[in-house]
Design a protein around this ligand. Structure first.
Ligand code: BT5
Length: 319
């Protein structure tokens, strides 16, 4: 009922009479008042004036599923949304739901995370009500070797989604970072639930620093707010990223990774630069030449040999 009342209040800029709302939903005046107070306790600012009625003054910056669904224009992503005030990690919840056979496209979002994680057991700082903490459950029919491309796809989706919000000087850093200058704005994490060669499901985790003040950010972090000085509703950030994600993902499933890889190549300014990459098998240095068809980074070392790095971090880059 709360969401229905909210819809009515959103439709009108001025006051809506309490009598009209109560009549529309067959509620007593007391019951309507109870719903109004419930909405207020969720953070909605609603003015109540005798003889005039109710007016929605402000929508809180929360990732409430009904707010997300109100604006999200997708076919499969976000048809189911699991929402938490606080959680250890949206990845853990996504794994739990994935094992329970929750359908592809389910979104898991939380206002904060107690144990947000990055790759290789690293931590993702997840301050409550400030960032976007989102996991997406996917069930692609892909071979194991194609999965790393999903990380690149996610990074492209974040890049394109954030570009729609503001004209930011974003950089994409292999494989999963979105930066402004040298500072990290967003990170992506892909985890796969697989048995032998069969992929059961994939979870993509997306973290974006949205409304953090400078002091709330980790060292070398940046938020949309700390850079633009504008507060941005986190639902909007989710919407833009998830809509871009769906377009890329449908294309990827239908035609393979080529288009995603091309877009990633075009967004990156790494090509031809000297890089030092710390990978699982040690450090590789040389010139970044290209992405391989599986999303690995191809580096030409001093001997002219091409080395392939499947997973790792670029720890240094120069001209
Ligand atoms: C990542 O790992 O960048 C992937 C981050 C994924 C986070 C999302 S949030 C929703 C979902 N649920 C989760 O639990 N995780 C996903 P990696 O490339 O390993 O980078 C981690 C490193 O980034 C850390 O070691 C820090 O140096 C830095 N870092 C941590 N928190 C940060 C933040 N909020 N902003 C910028 N940098 C951060």
């Amino acid at each position: 009922m709360n969401d229905k009342i909210l819809k009515v209040l959103k439709q009108k800029e001025g006051y809506v009479s309490g009598e009209d709302i109560a009549y529309k939903f067959n509620l007593s005046r007391q019951a309507l008042w109870k719903h109004i107070n419930e909405l207020r306790s969720l953070g909605y600012e609603i003015a109540a004036v005798p003889h005039l009625g109710y007016q929605l003054i402000e929508i809180p910056d929360r990732l409430y599923p009904w707010e997300i669904k109100d604006s999200l224009n997708t076919r499969t992503l976000g048809k189911k949304i699991f929402y938490y005030q606080k959680i250890s990690s949206t990845m853990d919840k996504a794994w739990e739901l994935g094992e329970k056979k929750v359908a592809e496209g389910a979104l898991i979002c939380s206002e904060g995370q107690g144990k947000g994680r990055g790759r290789l057991g690293r931590k993702w700082v997840s301050i409550k009500n400030k960032g976007l903490y989102l996991s997406i459950i996917l069930r692609p029919d892909l071979s194991f070797s194609q999965i790393p491309s999903i990380t690149l796809l996610s990074a492209v989706a974040v890049f394109k989604g954030l570009k729609k919000i503001a004209n930011l000087p974003l950089c994409i850093k292999w494989p999963n970072d979105i930066l402004i200058g040298q500072k990290k704005l967003s990170g992506v994490l892909t985890e796969v639930h697989a048995e032998q060669d069969r992929t059961n499901f994939v979870v993509v985790g997306i973290g974006v620093n949205v409304n953090h003040t400078f002091n709330e950010l980790p060292k070398n972090g940046v938020s949309l707010y700390s850079y633009t000085k504008n507060k941005i509703p986190r639902c909007r950030v989710l919407k833009e990223i998830v809509e871009e994600f769906e377009v890329l993902y449908e294309d990827f499933k239908a035609y393979g990774p080529d288009s995603v890889l091309d877009q990633w190549r075009n967004l990156s300014s790494i090509w031809g630069h000297f890089v030092k990459v710390s990978g699982v098998k040690g450090t590789v240095e040389g010139r970044a030449m290209d992405l391989d068809h599986d999303g690995s980074l191809l580096i030409r070392n001093d001997n002219g040999m091409i080395e392939k790095v499947v997973a790792g971090d670029i720890v240094k880059m120069k001209e």
